[in-house]
Write a protein of this length. Structure first.
Lengths: 385, 453
C-alpha cells in the first residue's frame, strides 16, 4: 500500500487528532524529561548550564588554584610547583589557559607561558602543570583560568544521597502506613453510602446527597485547627497521644469522603435497574445485593477512585505534618525529602532525584489499575443525577 | 506483598537503630578553644532531669538541622533529657496551628519576632523572666536591642520577656572575589561614597558591578527589603528606623522613600546590575551570587546575608576564593556610627517544663554557642563565647562586627505585621524595580498597612 493510500484510509481528521495528541504528549513529557536528565547531573553542572546541553560535551571556562607555595621544590636557583589542575575534581581536556580573569584563554596549552617577574607556567592538555620562578613563591596558591572541554558526564550520586540519607527508609514505611489504610477506609464507607443513596428509598435522601456534594467545596485548610483541637481533647481524655496513625487515617478518610461518595453514587445509580429489581424479587436483602451485585459491577469506579485517593494521600505533606507530627520517626516520605532540601531550598539535584523516587509507587499503582481508570470515570460522568 | 513488608520493617529497624545515640561532635575536654568548664558546670547543676522529654520545633532543615542537632546532642548528653528537634517547611503556619489546637512543642524557634509577638498576645508563650532578660542585656553585644526584640505584650497586656536570641545572621555585607579585585586593581571601599565611585569605576572598565536577584518563589522581593533596611540605617537615625517598624513613620514618609531610592540607585541603574534592571526581579536569590564567580565575572559585588556562602559554587573557600566587606556608611553622616542590620532566631517556651527551662539555661553556656561556631553558618552576639572557636576567619570577622556594632537593628520586615513584612513590602519592591517610583510604592504599602487597622 502506498503512503498516499494509507493516508486516505486513515482520513485527514483522524490524522489531525493523532498528530495533536502526539504533540500534546511530547509537550507534557518535556518537563519530566528535563527533571530526569537533571537528576543525573552534578550540582555544579545544573547551575552552570541547562539540562538540554547535558548530552553534548561542553567547553567551559573554569578556575583552578595551583599548589600552595609551601609545596614548591627548589631546583638550583628556580623554585617549581607542579601538579594537576584537575586535582580533587573531574578530568577533562585543557584547551587554553590564562592567569587573568579578563583574558582567561590567553595562552595555548603545552607551551611555556612567560608571566613576567621570572615566572613561567606550562599547562598540558591532561591538566598537569609546571609553575616555576627564579625566586621563592609567596602568598597563596595562584589562581589560573582554564578552557576545559569536558565529555558529557552523568552521576548517580544524587540518587545515592537521597536513598542513603538517614530516616528515608523509615519515612517510606510511614508513607505506606498512612496511604494504604487511608485509601481503603474511605472506599469501604463510601461504597456503602453510595449504594444507600442510589437504591434505598428513605426520606431526606436528596438532601443528604446535596449536603455531600456541598462538602466537596469546603477547603481542608479550614478544618485543620478545630480537628486537631478535637483530637487533642480526645487524646487527653483517654490518655493516648493525639497524633497517631488512626488520627491521620480518619482525617484523610473524612477529607476524601465527599468526592468518593459523589463519584461512586454517580456510577452505582447508573447500573441497570432491572438487575437490582430482579434480585429483590428473588428475595435478596440490600446487603446481599450490595455485596454480590453492586461491588463486582462497580469495580472500575472503585479502582479509579482508589487511584485518586492513593495519589492524594501519598503526595500529601500538609495533613501528615499536622496530624502525624514532624518528628524524625513520624515523617512521611514527602516530609523527609523536603527536609533534605535544607532551610533555604534551591537544591535542584536533590529535588529532581527525590521527585523520581517518590513517583515510583504512584506509577506502580497507576499501571496496576489504569485500565479501570478511564472506564470508571466515563461511566460516572455520563449519568447526570 | 508480605515479603516487601518485612523488608520495609527490617529497613526501618536498621535506620532507627542507627539514629539512637548521636555522637558528640567534639570530644569534651579535648580542644582548649571550647569552654568545657561551662559544659561540666551545666552537667553538674542539671543532673536531676534524666529521662524527661523535650520537643523543639524550628525553621532549620537539611544541613542546618544536622548542625542544630549536634548542639542539642551536648544538652542531651549533659542532662540525660531526651531532646528532639523537628521542623517543617511551613513552620510559621505549623506553630500557629499547634499552639491554637493545644499540642505545641516545648520550645519553638522562630526567626520572626513579629510572629512571636502574636503568639505572646494570645497567651501561648511562657515568660522567661527578668533574670534572663538581664542576662542577655549584659552578655550580648548590643544587648539592649536584643531584649527589645524578645519582649512582647502578653495576654494580660503587660510586657514581658519571651524570646531568647540564639544564632544571629549578619546582613550588612557585600560579597566579592578578592582575586577579581586584585587583578582589576580595585580597593575595598571604606565609605558609601567610595562604593558608588567603585561601582562607576567598574562600569568605566567595561564591567558590571552588581549582581542583584530578588527571586524567591512566593517570597520574591525579600532581598530588596534587606537593601532598603540597610539604606534606612545609613541615611536615618536608628530611632527613625524603629518608628518605621511600628509605623509611626509612614511608609510614604520622605525618610522611607529616600531609603528606597538609595536602593534604586543600585538596582535601577541598568549599567550597575548584571543582566539589566529587568533581570533583578526575575533572578533567583540563590542563583544571583554565582555571577561573582563567572569567568569573566558577570559582576563584582553582591549584597547578601551571612548564609549566602552555601550558594557559592561547590569548593569555594571563604577568605581566599570569596570574601566580604561591611556595607559602608556615608562619610557625610558620621553621626550614624556603624549600624548593623541582622536577624536572629528566638527561642520561646510554648509548653513549660523543667526540661524547657533547662534548655534556656543551656543556651546561656558558652559551649552551646561554640559547638555551632566551630562548624558553619552560625554567628553569635554572645560576648562570653570564644571567638577563636569560629570555623574560619570570615565567620570570625562577621562575629566581631556583630559584637562590636554600635547599633544593631533587627530585619524590619521580620518585625512588621506579616501582611506587610512578608507581603506588601515584598511585592512593593518588585513593583519598584519593575518601574514604579518610590513614592507610589511607599503609598501602596502604607495603604495595605492602614487596611490592617
Amino acid at each position: 500500500m502506498s503512503a498516499a493510500a494509507s493516508l486516505r484510509r486513515i482520513g485527514l481528521p483522524r490524522l489531525v487528532v493523532h498528530f495533536s495528541v502526539l504533540v500534546i504528549c511530547i509537550v507534557w513529557l518535556i518537563p519530566t524529561l528535563g527533571i530526569l536528565v537533571t537528576s543525573f547531573r552534578e550540582a555544579g553542572q545544573i547551575t552552570a548550564s541547562g539540562w538540554w546541553t547535558a548530552f553534548t560535551g561542553a567547553a567551559e571556562t573554569s578556575a583552578a588554584r595551583l599548589g600552595d607555595p609551601a609545596t614548591a621544590k627548589q631546583n638550583g636557583a628556580t623554585y617549581v610547583i607542579s601538579g594537576s589542575v584537575f586535582e580533587g575534581g573531574k578530568g577533562g581536556t585543557v584547551r587554553a589557559f590564562g592567569t587573568r580573569v579578563a583574558a582567561p584563554t590567553e595562552f595555548a596549552v603545552g607551551k611555556a607561558a612567560d608571566l613576567g617577574d621570572g615566572e613561567t607556567l606550562t599547562i598540558n592538555e591532561d591538566g598537569s602543570y609546571t609553575y616555576s620562578k627564579n625566586a621563592p613563591f609567596e602568598g597563596r596558591g595562584k589562581r589560573v583560568y582554564l578552557s576545559v572541554a569536558t565529555p558529557p558526564s552523568f552521576t548517580t550520586d544524587n540518587y545515592r544521597t537521597v536513598l542513603t540519607s538517614q530516616g528515608i527508609g523509615q519515612s517510606f514505611v510511614n508513607s505506606l502506613t498512612v496511604a494504604v489504610p487511608a485509601t481503603i477506609i474511605p472506599i469501604l464507607i463510601a461504597a456503602f453510602a453510595a449504594y444507600a443513596l442510589s437504591w434505598m428509598e428513605f426520606p431526606g435522601r436528596a438532601l443528604i446527597i446535596a449536603l455531600v456534594v456541598g462538602l466537596i467545596v469546603v477547603p481542608l485548610q479550614m478544618s485543620l485547627i478545630p480537628l486537631l483541637k478535637m483530637y487533642n481533647e480526645i487524646g487527653n481524655f483517654f490518655g493516648v497521644p493525639s497524633r497517631s496513625y488512626a488520627g491521620i487515617w480518619l482525617a484523610h478518610s473524612a477529607f476524601g469522603m465527599p468526592l468518593a461518595i459523589y463519584l461512586l453514587r454517580n456510577y452505582i445509580s447508573g447500573l441497570p435497574r432491572e438487575i437490582i429489581e430482579s434480585a429483590r424479587v428473588d428475595g435478596a436483602s440490600d446487603f446481599e445485593i450490595f455485596v454480590k451485585i453492586i461491588l463486582p459491577l462497580s469495580f472500575p469506579a472503585l479502582a479509579s477512585f482508589s487511584i485518586f485517593q492513593f495519589l492524594w494521600t501519598w503526595n500529601d505533606l500538609l495533613v501528615a505534618m499536622v496530624f502525624l507530627g514532624t518528628g524524625k520517626d513520624q515523617l512521611v516520605l514527602t516530609g523527609a525529602l523536603n527536609a533534605l532540601l535544607g532551610s533555604m531550598g534551591g537544591k535542584w539535584e536533590i529535588l529532581t532525584a527525590s521527585a523520581f523516587i517518590t513517583i515510583v509507587v504512584p506509577i506502580i499503582v497507576f499501571f496496576a489499575l489504569q485500565r479501570y481508570l478511564v472506564r470508571g470515570l466515563l461511566a460516572g460522568s455520563v449519568k447526570g443525577g | 506483598m508480605k515479603a516487601s513488608f518485612w523488608i520495609g520493617t527490617a529497613l526501618a529497624a536498621l535506620v532507627a537503630g542507627g539514629a539512637v545515640a548521636q555522637e558528640l561532635k567534639f570530644a569534651p575536654g579535648q580542644d582548649s578553644k571550647f569552654n568545657w568548664k561551662s559544659y561540666e558546670d551545666f552537667k553538674a547543676s542539671h543532673a536531676n532531669l534524666k529521662g524527661q522529654n523535650l520537643t523543639l520545633f524550628g525553621p532549620w532543615r537539611g544541613e542546618d538541622e544536622v548542625l542544630f542537632n549536634s548542639v542539642l546532642a551536648y544538652f542531651n548528653a549533659a542532662t540525660g533529657i531526651n531532646g528532639k528537634y523537628s521542623s517543617s517547611e511551613n513552620y510559621e503556619q505549623q506553630i500557629v496551628i499547634d499552639t491554637q489546637a493545644g499540642s505545641p512543642p516545648n520550645i519553638a524557634v522562630i526567626p520572626q519576632p513579629g510572629l512571636l509577638a502574636d503568639l505572646a498576645a494570645k497567651g501561648f508563650l511562657t515568660s522567661l523572666g527578668q533574670e534572663n532578660s538581664d542576662w542577655v542585656k549584659t552578655n550580648y553585644g548590643s544587648g539592649e536591642d536584643w531584649i527589645k526584640y524578645g519582649t512582647y505584650k502578653g495576654k494580660d497586656g503587660k510586657e514581658a520577656y519571651f524570646g531568647f536570641p540564639f544564632k544571629a545572621d549578619f546582613k550588612s555585607m557585600v560579597w566579592y572575589v578578592p582575586e577579581n579585585f586584585e587583578e582589576a586593581g580595585y580597593e575595598v571601599p571604606k565609605t558609601m561614597e567610595d562604593l558608588i565611585k567603585l561601582s562607576d569605576q567598574i562600569v568605566k572598565d567595561g564591567g558590571v558591578p552588581w549582581c542583584i536577584g530578588l527571586g524567591s518563589g512566593g517570597a520574591t522581593g525579600w532581598p530588596a527589603t534587606d537593601w532598603v533596611e540597610d539604606m534606612m540605617l545609613r541615611t536615618q537615625k536608628p530611632e527613625v528606623y524603629d518608628k518605621w517598624v511600628s509605623n509611626e513613620v509612614k511608609f510614604n514618609d520622605p525618610a522611607v522613600i529616600g531609603a528606597i531610592d538609595e536602593f534604586g540607585k543600585f538596582a535601577k541603574n541598568p549599567k550597575y546590575v548584571s543582566g539589566g534592571v529587568a533581570a533583578v526581579s526575575s533572578t533567583d536569590f540563590r542563583d544571583s551570587p554565582k555571577g561573582l564567580f563567572g569567568i569573566p565575572p558577570k559582576c563584582y559585588l553582591h549584597h547578601q546575608a551571612s548564609f549566602v556562602p552555601s550558594f557559592f559554587p561547590p569548593g569555594t573557600k571563604l577568605g581566599t576564593d570569596a570574601d566580604f566587606f561591611y556595607l559602608p556608611t556615608y562619610a557625610s553622616k558620621p553621626e550614624l556610627g556603624t549600624p548593623v542590620l541582622g536577624a536572629g532566631t528566638m527561642f520561646a517556651i510554648t509548653k513549660d517544663s523543667p526540661a524547657a527551662k533547662a534548655f534556656i539555661e543551656f543556651l546561656k553556656t558558652p559551649i552551646a554557642h561554640e559547638v555551632w561556631m566551630a562548624q558553619s553558618s552560625f554567628l553569635t552576639p554572645f560576648k562570653g563565647a570564644n571567638s577563636n572557636a569560629y570555623a574560619n576567619d570570615v565567620m570570625k570577622k562577621q562575629g566581631e562586627l556583630l559584637t562590636t556594632a554600635t547599633t544593631f537593628r533587627f530585619d524590619a520586615s521580620d518585625l512588621m505585621p506579616g501582611k506587610i513584612g512578608a507581603g506588601a513590602f515584598w511585592t512593593g519592591m518588585v513593583d519598584y524595580v519593575g518601574g514604579k517610583d518610590a513614592k507610589t510604592v511607599g503609598t501602596d504599602i502604607q495603604k495595605a498597612w492602614d487596611g490592617l487597622k
